[in-house]
Design a binder for this molecule. Sequence first.
Ligand code: HEC
Ligand code: HEC
Ligand code: HEC
Ligand code: HEC
Length: 195
Amino acid sequence: MLINPSKLALGVLLGGGFFAGFVFFVVFHFGMTATNSMDLCISCHEMDGVYEEYKKTPHYNNASGVRATCSDCHVPHGKTFPDWIDKFLAKLTIGTKDIFHHTIGTYDTKEKFQAARYEMAQHVIENMRSRDSKECRHCHSLEAMDIAEQGKSAARKHKRMMEKGGKTCIDCHTGIAHEEPEEPDDEDDEDDDEK
Ligand code: HEC
Ligand code: HEC
Ligand code: HEC
Ligand code: HEC
């Protein structure tokens, strides 16, 4: 029996389409995963101080042996579609910005990077706040905290957060992985404040 040529063409087209979709998915998925690796982040951020500081904190080394890597905290992730969109947008915007500034050498010395850190920290904190510290909550949750084991002030704050809400982790816990950069007192540097 002869195969109808138009059916054959349709078959090839559909098959090809699925195959292309599959290849796209694989490349895209593993691309997104590879760009999360700490080695990649360190390849640029090793010399600017953030990595050195992070290595001295409990998020790098602790008694339990659970490590939070750069992307655990910095790359939005989760199971919902909006999480996926946030992740994609973060990679597209932050990733491209990082590569752009790296390539043109905006912060090619440690001093230049240090001078810009305060501003960068504000972006990071703002992003985390807008996601209600979701990346922190992938590992930490109020429900799983043994409040009785915590110090007085931690217990009080966390209890209040459970009862009243309103605050998010990053409101109280900055400077957990890097030294928190100090606000420059030079007013001339402040150009991105929304008024
Ligand atoms: C190609 C070099 C390069 C790589 C790779 C890289 N960064 Fe960056 N990163 C930079 C530069 C340059 C800046 C400063 C300019 C800017 O804000 O993008 C920066 C800034 C940042 C900031 C501050 C962003 C802000 O909103 O101001 C964070 C957070 C960050 N990087 C995290 C990461 C993480 C996490 C990874 C790995 C997933 C990573 N970077 C990989 C070069 C890089
Ligand atoms: C990948 C899991 C993971 C992520 C993500 C994570 N943490 Fe942690 N965090 C830990 C572990 C593990 C410890 C160490 C616990 C111990 O003391 O054994 C810790 C310790 C802490 C501590 C106590 C030690 C200190 O440095 O003061 C605070 C506070 C904390 N985390 C807040 C945060 C916040 C805020 C975020 C989000 C920006 C966050 N964590 C993201 C796993 C994580
Ligand atoms: C209103 C302020 C406040 C908020 C909001 C808050 N915390 Fe805390 N937290 C504290 C204080 C104060 C301490 C004790 C001092 C310290 O370790 O910084 C503490 C301590 C901790 C510790 C160390 C506990 C220990 O005894 O080892 C962890 C982990 C922690 N917080 C995680 C979180 C996470 C995750 C969130 C968000 C779900 C959060 N906190 C929200 C104020 C807060
Ligand atoms: C436990 C969560 C956590 C981990 C792990 C983490 N960071 Fe951060 N990072 C933060 C927070 C929170 C800030 C906002 C400023 C602050 O509080 O120190 C920040 C700020 C930054 C900034 C802006 C400049 C500055 O000094 O504030 C850069 C760049 C950065 N991180 C890169 C990295 C890289 C690269 C790694 C991995 C080597 C990493 N971070 C690991 C939580 C984390």
